[in-house]
Ligand binder design. Sequence first.
Ligand code: F6R
Length: 615
Amino acid sequence: MCGIVGYVGYREAYPIIIKGLKRLEYRGYDSAGAMIYDGESLKHSKTKGKVTDLESRASAEISLNGSIGMGHTRWATHGVPNDVNSHPHFSNSGEISIIHNGIIENYEPLKKELINRGYTFTSDTDTEVLVNLIEEVQRKENLKIGKAVQVALNQVVGAYAICVFDKKYPDQMVVARLGSPLAIGIGKDEFFVASDASPFIEYTSNAIYLEDEEMAIIRKDKPVKVRKIKDDTLVDPYVQELQMNLEQIEKGGYDHFMLKEIYEQPNVIKDTYRGRLHANEGIIQMAGVEDNLEKFTNAERILIVACGTSWHAGLVAEYIFEEFTRIPVEVEYASEFRYRNPIINKGDVLIAISQSGETADTLAAIKLAKEKGAFVFGVCNVVGSSISRESHAGAYTHAGPEIGVASTKAFTTQITVLTMIALRLAKAKGTLSNSDFHRYLQELEVIPEKVADALLTNDVSKEIAAKFKDAPNCLYLGRGYNFPVALEGALKLKEISYIHAEGYPAAEMKHGPIALIDESMPVVVIAPKQGHYDKVVSNIQEIKSRNGKIIAIVTKGDIQVRGLADFVIEVPDTTEALTPLLTTIPLQLLSYHIAVMRGCNVDQPRNLAKSVTVE
Ligand code: F6R
């Protein structure tokens, strides 16, 4: 996790770094720091807290003049969040500074060795060990900074995206990556470094994404040279044209990114299927699927790995794939999959779902599946991300940058992509009737309008939020396609409002959770007309007779549940498989309003980070 930003050029580095750090705060926000070289010394400021805390402190502490510098926003791994553990860290001589995203796993033996050689440490971090290792290597072998970084990295086990500056080489910065993302923005006589491209999109639309085990030396007026860290071979870097624009990463008048992203869903779902879904012609075309159609249709089973919300999208996909394609599907947390010696056969297709494309567990699961001969298909949002590059093929969700830590539009666009894949395979395998196939295509095409309609539940969701904002617990129930939606609703509530919430298949209630129900327990029941409706109505009756407070998500015009529930939220009707795209909307809104009413930091909930690049 953590966000890193660097600048080498002719402009003042400080404002670029601060602005960049604010855009990267989704990656971690428990402390922040910056270093500017002003031509004489390395001026720095760092603090526990957010980038705004850094700003108020930095103006008094660091020189704002300097056109080379670096900044960091942290999500603590080694060492609690405090001023001292914040980055940048400095070598004992004070001449070399570093910012680091990742974990140096063998930092303890390295630290012991450095202490034996007389080095002292002020922080508890693994990063301070790395910067001193670089200094020690440089001193011992009399190396230039680039070479010293390379030699030091060859002694390190773990993951990193780093930016290193040495006062003795004041015109350059050394960057390297293994396991954590690092992009280099290429301007005219200036370069930017960042964990993703958002800090520099207003300056350049050209970027190099370093691959694992690559490093680069960046000088203001020279082309970037990329090398392999292990064997020093020069690499011809691929300069990618960026697809992001500035508007996409600003709040656009909304109070929070999360709300903006909830409201973007009708448009981004359209973006997801644009050019791929041609409902009138009865065509679904996705390059990654077309090119590998046989691998999919011959697959004896599909494995889906993901974490968090993406895992919930995977569960929805399990229902869709099995129903449409009759291919058996197994969905697993990537973190479990990678550590349990799973049985993976040559003909297996593994779909990895990840908004960020950087989730460490999902990435590791992919690598394992590849080693065992599976065909890996990535469903990612971030273009050029590690998972998208590591996969054999894939499909982007095209949701645009998701900045709010709680995933919203990523979930619905993932389901959209996965539905399209399942439909394409169903057509190829002949597992859906022609009329069903066409009906699904037509329904998917109008889903954006229905999502827009579901967003009209904002006011009622807000009223209900006001009634339940102080509840200590909440239960979410759903069946079939809407069981994963219940899990997702509960996750949204707990992560941004800190209310304990659990999602359950509605029928499982009587096997335990029903014991929790009394007049103080809000129970959100997802009960659309399509899909096990009568069964869910019975479950609602069971809750009612135990005095639970029922908030029901129903299909427009529903009468039966309205007569039983304390509150109802109506969403448009659609075919059963697509109901998650609609029922999830009021749940997102409910969590959002509850969190706002409780005074929580909606976009940056405590202890979380947007992309989880550590295990
Ligand atoms: C929850 C949330 C997380 C992510 C999870 C996986 O709102 O955002 O649970 O879904 O960390 O992240 P990605 O999809 O980036 O792999």
